[in-house]
Design a protein around this ligand. Structure first.
Ligand code: SF4
Length: 725
């Protein structure tokens, strides 16, 4: 039998985009699980993972022939039951329903919700499909819940948003890394190898209310762990910057030659001395001073050509209703120290979803056109219109950011029809019960997925689509490096690519532009549409990407890409970075404290996003089978809660159920619940409320909650009765 040849591709999950080799298998059934070993996976050498994979990556092939896989369109009948149908039935039906809904309620009654896991080709085509085929302004995506604050802060300060403006391997040489709000040891384990240099130098500094797996890496003299009260990161960053300025540690030459706004930002810092910040954050003033001095020492070393300093942010400080300002405070600190734009030093943010970077560059955001262009910019509109072959007026204006879009579902003057691609909003969106009610009230819900996710289960039509290893495409990883995903296995008969679906629906809806099911054709069009924009891909094509040389954007025609942004200039018209003065708002979480308890939601090692995929991998589910509320033993004792007790968590938005897990790794005022689970354990039943005024980011990390113990008693009549202790 000839040896199977493996296909070089990348992991379907997070933004580290670990390289792997997928080898098609014989399709044998594994044990009595009903799963087929349709492919095997091996880690492949690549700068981000160096052959390593996490357990999610190792098990990704288990889902290719999973028994739950959808292989035929599903159509909800008059009796309310979803039944298998045919493509020839459902696509004309969808187009007819879209036409009639828009005739009755207007063009914007139809909306699209995308995902940060879609390939660049799909994200680009989805934006074009919404605006030209559906003729609606309403498109946004789940990256609004993920990267939007970091993106908004980056654009404000640097004029452009690329997660890491330097290759990840640059971190290897750092002596100091300040990691704010990221538990990378659990969410992207192969990343941790890039922190070894900082650990060895005693310079890994982790800011997290939890003593997370990443925070534990600072032990034994390898660094510092700062454990602020949730929601007080902005005050902590102002305190660090205060020390830098008060002790004269800033890089004055850099500030003078490469930035503007120093005076206004420094004036705001004056009132955030360490003892005051300690009172707000709970972080001891000596630790704040030690952190600032360590960072400044690393920065000076990096500027002089030695091991430097890096500041990296994650969702922990970004997923707040003041996430843009908090991330801005981190950028201000980095600019004071001269980190961005200095070789050997750096500032960046760790992107989460697999194509979180590319997914926000090519037009599925409410306010953007391909190439990271603003949708209200006349020159950008004219350029994209010329690529699409339509008059500029054919492109609608800005739509609604995700939270507003979901809040409009089912309203008489709101959204009556929703297309969902690459997202499971019934689990992942804040205020989940309101979102589910909105989905249920729609006139038409069309969901494209390869499993019957909780959102797909509510749909009128479910369209079965291809998985990562079954189709060609590209993604852009957390470094801004464009990568090829390649087809390694044959898709199941009946499933179709999303590009084919959009092509067919665009034809039925008589879109005034060409759509293609061919990924390479759509990539070439994307590259043309991006030309001249901040995220310029115009010098890229599949041949260049297949050539193997690193491809960091901007990659305009005739260039060889840009591994390191900002070495010479920033993207604002004057070439300077901007320090924007920020201060905690009166209605911030810090101002609300003391709350009963503050809930932070987040991710686990074993699961990804809403869990639609990873909850279907038995080994991952067995390791973390359900919702678990982490809380401090002293907190639990005060509430009469023991290890393993069933608990109810209540917020202003709803209640959720979980099992208590007592751990000293949390502050006594903080509880933690992962957001990968559905039903009564859905963490997003608890979240909601105001969003960030700049980015539209919801509040995910500081929800005031009450926790009670749920015990079951047996009444005399033998019926179980739930009571709350
Ligand atoms: Fe996949 Fe991320 Fe795990 Fe790498 S770290 S294997 S990209 S989930």
């Amino acid at each position: 039998m000839p040896a199977q040849v493996g296909t070089a591709t990348h992991c379907p999950y997070c933004a580290l985009q670990c390289a792997m080799t997928v080898t098609a298998g014989a399709g044998s059934v594994r044990g009595d699980t009903g799963r087929h070993d349709d492919a095997t996976i091996a880690g492949r050498d690549f700068p981000t993972n160096r052959g390593g994979l996490c357990r999610k990556g190792w098990s990704a092939a288990d889902l290719l022939r999973h028994p739950d896989r959808l292989t035929a369109p599903l159509l909800r009948g008059p009796d309310g039951v979803l039944r298998e149908s045919t493509w020839d039935t459902v696509l004309p039906l969808i187009s007819q329903r879209v036409r009639s809904i828009q005739a009755e309620h207007g063009q914007d009654a139809v909306a699209v919700f995308g995902g940060g896991g879609l390939t660049n080709e799909k994200a680009y085509t989805l934006g074009k499909f919404a605006r030209l085929a559906l003729r609606t302004s309403r498109i946004d995506y789940n990256g609004r819940f993920c990267m939007s604050s970091a993106a908004a802060a980056g654009k404000r300060a640097f004029g452009v948003d690329r997660g890491l403006p330097f290759p990840l391997a640059d971190l290897d040489d750092a002596s100091v890394v300040l990691l704010l709000g990221s538990n990378a040891a659990d969410t992207m384990p192969p990343f941790i190898q890039h922190l070894r240099g900082a650990q060895a130098a005693g310079g890994l500094i982790v800011v997290d209310p939890r003593r997370s797996a990443t925070a534990r890496l600072t032990g034994q003299g390898q660094g510092l762990h700062l454990q602020p009260t949730p929601g007080t990161d902005l005050a902590l960053l102002l305190g660090l910057a205060h020390v830098v300025v008060a002790e004269g540690l800033e890089d004055r030459a850099f500030l003078a030659s490469r930035t503007r706004g120093y005076e206004d930002a420094a004036r705001e810092l004056a009132r955030w001395w360490p003892e005051r910040v300690q009172a707000v954050t709970g972080v001891p003033a000596p630790l704040i001073r030690a952190t600032a001095r360590l960072l400044a020492r690393g920065a000076r070393s990096g500027t002089a050509g030695g091991p430097g300093a890096y500041i990296l942010t994650g969702r922990g400080i970004e997923q707040h209703a003041d996430g843009t300002d908090t991330t801005t405070a981190a950028i201000n600190l980095a600019l004071l120290l001269g980190l961005p734009g200095t070789a050997g030093n750096g500032y960046g943010t760790l992107t989460g979803q697999g194509n979180g970077q590319g997914g926000r560059e090519h037009g599925q955001k409410a306010d953007q056109l391909p190439g990271y262009r603003g949708i209200t910019d006349p020159a950008a509109r004219a350029h994209v219109a010329s690529v699409w072959g339509v008059p500029e007026v054919a492109i609608p204006g800005p739509g609604l950011p995700a939270v507003e879009l979901l809040a409009s579902l089912g309203r008489p003057d709101g959204t009556r029809c929703l297309f969902v691609h690459g997202a499971n909003v019934a689990v992942s969106a804040p205020d989940a019960s309101a979102v589910i009610a909105g989905l249920e009230s729609l006139d038409l819900l069309v969901v494209s997925d390869f499993f019957l996710s909780e959102t797909a289960a509510l749909a009128d039509v479910v369209l079965p689509v291809l998985q990562w290893a079954e189709e060609e495409g590209t993604v852009t990883n957390l470094e801004g490096r464009v990568l090829r995903r390649r087809a390694a296995v044959t898709p199941p008969a009946g499933a179709r690519s999303e590009l084919w679906i959009m092509q067919e629906l665009a034809r039925l809806l008589e879109a005034p532009s060409v759509f293609s099911e061919d990924p390479e054709t759509m990539f070439d069009e994307l590259a043309r549409a991006s030309a001249g924009g901040p995220a310029d891909y115009s010098g890229l094509d599949y041949a260049v990407l297949d050539g193997g040389s690193p491809a960091y954007w901007p990659y305009p025609t005739g260039s060889t890409g840009t591994p390191r942004l900002f070495l010479d200039t920033f993207a604002h018209s004057d070439g300077r970075a901007v320090l924007v003065p920020v201060t905690p708002r009166a209605d911030s979480a810090a101002a609300r404290i003391p709350a009963p308890l503050l809930l932070a939601t987040g991710r686990l090692l074993e699961h990804y996003q809403s869990g639609t995929q990873t909850r279907r991998v038995p080994e991952l589910l067995a390791a973390r089978p359900g919702p678990r509320l982490d809380l401090h033993p002293a907190t639990a004792q005060g509430l009469g809660i023991g290890q393993g007790d069933p608990v109810v968590i209540t917020s202003a938005h709803g209640e959720a159920q979980a099992t208590a897990h007592l751990t000293p790794d949390l502050r006594q005022d903080t509880v933690f619940l992962a957001f990968h689970f559905a039903g009564a354990g859905n963490a997003n039943l608890l979240t909601g409320g105001p969003t960030d005024p700049v980015s539209g980011m919801p509040e995910f990390k500081t929800t005031p909650v009450r926790v009670t113990c749920r015990t079951a008693r047996t009444r005399r009549d033998g019926q179980a009765q739930e009571v709350y202790a």
